[in-house]
Structures are given as structure tokens and as C-alpha cells.
Ligand binder design. Sequence first.
Ligand code: ARG
Length: 282
Amino acid sequence: MKKLLSVLLAAGMVLSVTACGASSESTALSDDATSETSTQSEAATSEAASGDFTTVTDGVLTMSTNAAFPPYEMTTDTGDFEGIDVEIAGAIADKLGLELQIDDMDFDAALLAVQQGKSDMVMAGVTVTDDRLLVMNFTDSYASGIQSVIVPEDSDIASIDDMQGKLIGTQRGTTGNIYCTDDFGEENVVAYDNGLTAVQALMNGQVDCVVIDNAPAQEFVAANPGLKILDTEYANEDYAIGVNKDNTALLDAINGALAELKADGTVDSIIAKYISADSTAE
Ligand code: ARG
């Protein structure tokens, strides 16, 4: 379990998501104005927009994600994208005078897209890790997560140690998958395309437990009777936006926008909209 601790320490700046009032102006989240795909020079609305960054497509902020990760990113019945990341990304795009475009793919592909310069940023509840910092830059953190363990209600797994020798379901390319293969051996870990397919495998008895971030875990358990989440936390993590290593101008611009959105309470209110205040409410 040593590795987990180092991940924790490496994660650095822990940003709590507690609401702290002071929303001077409510930002236009649902504002679908800015239709013109003009370049950032037009966007004099914010200091954050002043840098001379470039994007994959002029006037567009392309975000790669895996929209099977509620409440961070998911699709509505009508096929639109919604969730915490989707709304924060929309607010960042507004501040930068860009139009947000969301490219949905597998999680590992979403990480790769930004490294290969096919997307401007990967925003997918991405945990900051040392290994990922070698291949991409991360913005400041905007939320925190916990790797938790889902088991059937009648499971004999009651703690992390009980997972020894069991079959563990994970999402491919995620920290949950990496920790579990490190701690319990590759032969005991199955990688599924996404969290939902992992949970379906658990329901079908194909795996004994699923390791996944706590917020989606809550959603999956709420939607699937007969499952529960262990009290034990497997790992604590920080989520941030991944940006191509060569595009530090864009990294700075996103950080500037993010700082404003944190300061005016927008980030907190978006998170609160999707995750009920089970932690520090005011
Ligand atoms: N936080 C975990 C990681 O960074 C899982 C993220 C999965 N996100 C998703 N949209 N499927 O590895």
C-alpha cells in the first residue's frame, strides 16, 4: 500500500471543494451565445484570455473525455453531454472566448489524444499522478476523488486486505487499475472499457469487486440494487485537467480561467449541483 501513499503525497495541492460564499457575479453557464468562432484576441472579457495560446482548431477548445463517468461526464437521453467536467469546461471556454467541443472516447484514448495533440485538454476526472506528469502537464486541481471499492451486499470482502486473491474489476487505464495490478497482481485484475461495464460484470458475478472513483461509485450503486461501497478508502486523489506538454500558453490560460471560476464560487456551485453535500456544508 506504499504506492498509494506516494500517489497521495505526489498529488500535492489538495483543494477542498467546500463552498465559501462570495459569488460576486453569477457566470453564464448556460450561455450559448459566443457563437462566433473568433480567435482569442476578441475575448477581452477576462484576463485569463489575454495569453497568446493556440488550440487544435482555431476558436475551439477541444476536450477529450470518457463520458461514462457520472457525475463528472455522462450523456443525457438526448445524447448531450453533461456533468461537472462538462460544465466547468464550458465555463473555461467562455472565459477564453472559445467554443467547447467534446470528443467522447475510451479513457485511455482520451489521455492519449491530448498527448498526441488531437485534443487541447483531457478532462475526465483525471487523477494527477507522477507517471502522467511525465507525459502531460496538469492544471491546478479543481476537485478531489477517492478510489473506493464496490462489492455485492453479501460479499465477504470487508476491507482492502480481503481483496487478496479475489478478482477485481477496474476501468482500463485508470489509477484504480494501476493500483490494483500493483497491489494484487495483474492476474487478479480485469480491465473493462468503462466503469459501467465493470459494474455490470460485478452484477453478473464475473468479478468479486470493482475499484472506481467514489462519486461514480455512488451513482452506480444507487442505480443497481444489491451493491454497496466499502467504508475503507483505497486512495485519495486530486483531479486536474491534462494539457499537452508543449502548450504551456494554453495551460496558463486555463489556469487563469480556473482561478477566476474558483474565486467567484462557480466551481463550487457546479460541484454542489451534482454531488450532494455529504462533506463540509456551510
Ligand atoms: N480518476 C481516475 C483516473 O484518473 C479515473 C478517471 C476515469 N474517468 C473517466 N471519465 N472514465 O485514472
